[in-house]
Design a protein around this ligand. Structure first.
Ligand code: 3PG
Length: 395
């Protein structure tokens, strides 16, 4: 697809689809990563003389919900832009939007109100897409993390205006292609999280793409159970056992080695400060839960990483929000960061919890690439095409 390099933006109104769907508490942004990663695109466009109009959704409002206004994002956005002023329009289409855009000088930046206040956004209603298109001359999509949605601002608009990928969209697509489409082998994937059932398509796709697949988190319990291991009182989707055996068979057929925990940290319940024990995986007491993988498993995973050229990571290995059950995730994350720096490992991670876990381990900045995407990263791991990316390609 085209990038900012292919657009002549000076004096033009450029509609930039951003993803300002950031975590907030009490009206304050609690994690500004998405805003910071978007900023270079806006700065570049402004410095090249564009009139920059930022479009985004926020949350999942049903109609106009003042609690989900983008107005509180104006100040954090301005801060991420080094203090450049950011205008705000109380509606993303019609007169309020046009009036604010009319006031923009070349290099000026304005944010429009939450796209999802209009039902046409999520319905990808052509009339709503047209109303957005009427506001500007060029369209830039920089919202990789919303690219799994075929909405008016992520999909429809790309067909109505000359379009290009923003710098963040470009970086996300390049990093992900390097990790899974044209990777240096061997490729190791680490997949964690609590449920096999929510990551079935992902597992089925990954076994055909990677050389080794490490499974941790509570989802490993289900695979262990399917192998006949007694997982005690652990979280386990017993009705998924047959499906797990199918995944094992698919992995074998594709030549992908599955790596499951060989030991575990167990406790009577998931709570901070609870008494823990480390046991071999076939020695989990019937009244204990597996809450993290154990040190022998960490050593086995790290040995795999030492041989790998590429790592794709989604999902923590244990119940990382509750120490000490973050230990394995932290240890493996640090080893991945070390190998990235010292051995040229290409390490790519993404998905909501994953990024939080890596940030907690203090290695977020030290991997090759950490995606800003949650759901879009998962759909990409499932091998699905993302409508927002496809629409850019077709232009
Ligand atoms: C995200 O936060 O993953 C994206 O902004 C998409 O949000 P959505 O799941 O509400 O479409």
């Amino acid at each position: 697809f085209r990038t900012l390099d292919d657009l002549d933006v000076a004096g033009q109104v450029v509609l930039v689809r951003a993803d300002l769907n950031v975590p907030m508490a009490d009206g304050r942004v609690t994690d500004a990563t998405r805003i910071e990663r978007l900023a270079p695109t806006l700065v570049e466009l402004a410095d090249r003389g564009a009139k920059v109009v930022v479009l985004s959704h926020f949350g999942r409002p049903k109609g106009k919900d003042p609690a989900l206004s983008l107005a509180p994002l104006v100040a954090p956005l301005s801060a991420a832009l080094g203090g450049r002023p950011v205008g705000f329009a109380v509606d993303c289409i019609g007169l309020p939007a046009a009036a604010v855009i009319d006031q923009l000088a070349p290099g000026g930046i304005a944010l429009l109100e939450n796209l999802r206040f209009h039902p046409g956004e999520e319905k990808n209603d052509p009339a709503f897409a047209k109303a957005l298109a009427a506001l500007g001359q060029l369209y830039v999509n920089d919202a990789f993390s919303a690219a799994h949605r075929a909405h008016a601002s992520t999909e429809g608009l790309a067909h109505l205006l000359p379009s290009a990928a923003g710098r963040l969209m470009q970086a996300e697509c390049e990093a992900l292609a390097k990790a899974l489409e044209t990777p240096e082998k061997p490729v190791v994937a680490i997949v964690g999280g609590s449920k096999v059932s929510t990551k079935l398509d992902l597992l089925q796709n990954l076994v055909t793409k990677v050389d080794r697949l490490v499974i941790g988190g509570a989802m490993a319990n289900t695979l262990l159970f399917a192998r006949g291991v007694d997982v005690g009182a652990s979280l386990c989707e017993r009705d998924m056992a047959e499906t797990c055996r199918e995944i094992e068979a698919a992995a074998k057929a594709a030549g992908c080695t599955l790596i499951l925990p060989v030991d575990a940290v167990v406790a009577a319940k998931l709570a901070a400060g609870v008494e823990t024990a480390t046991v071999a995986i076939d020695q989990v007491p019937s009244d204990r839960m597996i809450l993290d993988v154990g040190p022998a498993t960490v050593a086995a995973i790290n040995a795999q990483l030492a041989e790998a050229r590429t790592l794709v990571w989604n999902g923590p290995l244990g119940a990382f929000e509750t120490p000490p059950f973050d230990a394995a995730t932290v240890a493996v994350a640090r080893e991945a960061a070390r190998l990235t720096a010292e051995a040229g490992l290409v390490s790519v991670a993404g998905g909501g919890d994953t990024v939080a876990a890596l940030a907690a381990a203090g290695v977020e900045e030290r991997l090759t690439y950490v995606s800003t995407a949650g759901g879009a990263f998962l759909e990409w791991l499932e091998g699905r095409s993302l409508p927002g990316v496809e629409a850019l390609r077709r232009r």
